[in-house]
Design a protein around this ligand. Structure first.
Ligand code: SAH
Length: 202
C-alpha cells in the first residue's frame, strides 16, 4: 500500500509514510471486510459512513505539515483510522464523532493499540473543542458546503492550518485554510457530508 498507493502517487512526507506503514488498517474495518482493508478505496464502516481511502488519509495528514509536537483536532472520527495515523505524527489528537456507536468502536481499537494520545469525543464536531483550542492543525473528514465552519477557523493557532473537503456547486475538493485567511484548493474528492448536530441516540 505504502509503495504503490502512496509513494508512487506523490506522498513524500516520511513521517506520514511511516505512520501509514505502522497503523494496522485492518483493525479499523468491520470483520467481514478485513480482507479488503488495504484496497485502494473507501470501505463501509456502519451508520452509512466510510473509512477514507488510504491515499486521502495520507494526503490530508501531509497537508497539515506536522513535525511531531502539535495538538490536532479531527472532525469525523469514523473508524478511528485517520486519528490513529495523525496520532503517530503529532503530540496529541482530539477527535469528534456524531455517532456514539462509531466513537465507541474507534475508542476501543485505539486503546487496544495503546495509542494513548487520542481523545475521542461524541458531539457536533462543527463546533470544535473550544476547551482545548487553539489547535495547530484541524482535519475535517466530511464535506462542508461553502466553506469550513467558522468555529473551527476560530480555534486555529496563528500558524495553524485546517484541511477540509469543501463543496461549492457541483465542485467538491480538498482545501487548506490558514489562520490568516489564505486558502488553497487541492484535489477533487468525495466525502460523506458534514452534518451539524449529534446523531439520534448518540
Ligand atoms: N476519519 C474517518 C473518516 C470518517 S467519514 C476514518 O478514518 O474512518 C466522516 C465521519 O464524519 C463520519 O463518521 C460522520 O458520522 C462524521 N461526521 C459528519 N458530520 C459530523 C459532525 N458535525 N461532527 C462530528 N462528526 C461528523
Amino acid at each position: 500500500m505504502v509503495e504503490r498507493q502512496l509513494r508512487r502517487r506523490g506522498i513524500s512526507n516520511e513521517r506520514v509514510l511511516q505512520a501509514m506503514e505502522e497503523v494496522p488498517r485492518e483493525l479499523f474495518v468491520p470483520l467481514e471486510l478485513r480482507g479488503q482493508a488495504y484496497r485502494d478505496g473507501a470501505l463501509r464502516i456502519g451508520e452509512g459512513q466510510t473509512i477514507s481511502q488510504p491515499w486521502i488519509v495520507a494526503a490530508m495528514t501531509s497537508l497539515l505539515d506536522l513535525s511531531g509536537d502539535e495538538l490536532v483536532l479531527e472532525v469525523g472520527t469514523g473508524s478511528g483510522y485517520g486519528a490513529a495515523v495523525l496520532s503517530r505524527c503529532c503530540r496529541e489528537v482530539v477527535t469528534i464523532e456524531r455517532f456514539a456507536s462509531l466513537a465507541d468502536g474507534a475508542r476501543s481499537v485505539l486503546r487496544e493499540l495503546g495509542y494513548a494520545n487520542v481523545e475521542v469525543r461524541v458531539g457536533d464536531g462543527s463546533k470544535g473543542a473550544p476547551d482545548r483550542a487553539p489547535f495547530n492543525g484541524v482535519s475535517v473528514t466530511a464535506t462542508a458546503v461553502g466553506g469550513p465552519p467558522i468555529a473551527l477557523l476560530q480555534q486555529l493557532a496563528p500558524d495553524g492550518v485546517l484541511v477540509c473537503p469543501v463543496r461549492r456547486g457541483n465542485d467538491e475538493r480538498l482545501m487548506r485554510f490558514h489562520a490568516d485567511g489564505r486558502s488553497e484548493a487541492m484535489v477533487p474528492v468525495r466525502f460523506v457530508p458534514l452534518v451539524e448536530g449529534i446523531a439520534d441516540g448518540a
